[in-house]
Design a protein. Structure first.
Length: 249
C-alpha cells in the first residue's frame, strides 16, 4: 500500500492539537500556544497541568487513528461557538473509487435511515460519501452543571469518506475520513461556509511529494510521520454569506 499525504487549506481560526506527542513536545506546543495568547507568565503548576492534559488528548487522538485534529473557538454574531475537525486515514481495499463510494453511500444510508443526510459528493480530490447528522446527544456530567444533574448537549456532525484515487497516489488503498463536529448547532450554516472551501482544497500526494506541490502556497509543511501537509489561510470566524452544504432545521 502506497503512503498517502493529505494536503489542505485550513482557516486560521482552527488551532491544531498534534496527535501522538511525548511530554517534551507537548510542553513545547503548550508554551507556543500560551505565548501566542499572552499567557507565557502562567504559574509553573498551571503549565504542568495544561501539558498533562494536552499530552493525554494527543495520545487519545493517536490511538484513534487521527492524523490531524484542530479546534476553532470564537463568535458568530456575538454568540460564542466552537467546533472540532479531525482527519483520519485507514486501510481500505478497493479497485474503483466510484464503486467504493457507491457502496459506502448505500451502507450509511441504510444504517442511519431518516436520521442523517447521506449522499455522494464530487470533490476536486475525488469522489466522497458525505454523511450529515445529529448523533446521540453528548452528556455533560452532573459535577460540571449548576443543576447537579447530567445535561444533554446536541451535536451536529459532518463526515466525508474519501477513497484516495489511484490517479493521485498510484497503489493507494487508503480511506481518508474528515469529521467536523460542533455543539453549536445554531451556527451550523456558518460553519458550512468554512467547511466547503476546506473540503474543496483537499488533495492527495504520493510519498516524497508532500510540501512540493506545483504552485503551492508558501508555508506548506509535512508533519512528522508524513500524514498531511496543511496550509494556513486567514479567515475570520464570522458569517460571510458564502456557500453552505446543508442546514439542520
Amino acid at each position: 500500500m502506497s503512503a498517502v499525504h493529505v494536503a489542505f487549506d485550513i482557516p486560521s481560526v482552527f488551532r491544531e492539537t498534534t496527535p501522538g506527542l511525548d511530554t517534551q513536545r507537548a510542553h513545547a506546543e503548550v508554551m507556543a500556544h500560551a505565548d501566542a495568547q499572552g499567557g507565557s507568565d502562567l504559574p509553573a503548576e498551571r503549565i504542568d497541568q495544561m501539558v498533562a492534559e494536552y499530552e493525554k488528548n494527543s495520545a487519545m487522538l493517536a490511538a484513534a487513528g487521527v492524523r490531524y485534529s484542530a479546534t476553532c473557538f470564537g463568535q458568530f454574531d456575538d454568540e460564542w461557538s466552537m467546533g472540532t475537525l479531525t482527519i483520519g486515514m485507514t486501510p481500505l481495499a478497493y479497485r474503483d473509487t466510484e464503486i467504493a463510494v457507491a457502496g459506502m453511500t448505500k451502507i450509511f444510508a441504510a444504517k442511519h435511515g431518516p436520521n442523517a443526510e447521506v449522499s455522494s459528493l464530487p470533490l476536486p480530490c475525488g469522489l466522497a460519501t458525505l454523511v450529515i447528522q445529529q448523533p446521540t446527544a453528548l452528556r455533560m456530567p452532573a459535577e460540571f452543571t449548576a443543576s447537579g444533574e447530567d445535561v444533554p448537549i446536541d451535536v451536529a456532525q459532518l463526515q466525508a469518506f474519501i477513497p484516495v484515487p489511484q490517479s493521485a497516489v498510484p497503489g493507494a488503498q487508503t480511506l481518508v475520513t474528515v469529521t467536523f463536529s460542533t455543539p453549536s448547532t445554531d451556527h451550523w450554516a456558518d460553519y458550512c461556509e468554512l467547511l466547503v472551501p476546506f473540503l474543496q482544497s483537499l488533495r492527495f500526494l504520493p510519498d516524497g511529494d508532500a510540501g512540493q506541490e506545483p504552485g503551492d502556497r508558501d508555508g506548506a509543511t509535512t508533519r512528522d510521520g508524513g500524514a498531511y501537509a496543511p496550509v494556513e489561510v486567514p479567515a475570520p470566524l464570522s458569517a460571510t454569506g458564502g456557500p453552505a452544504l446543508t442546514s439542520f432545521g
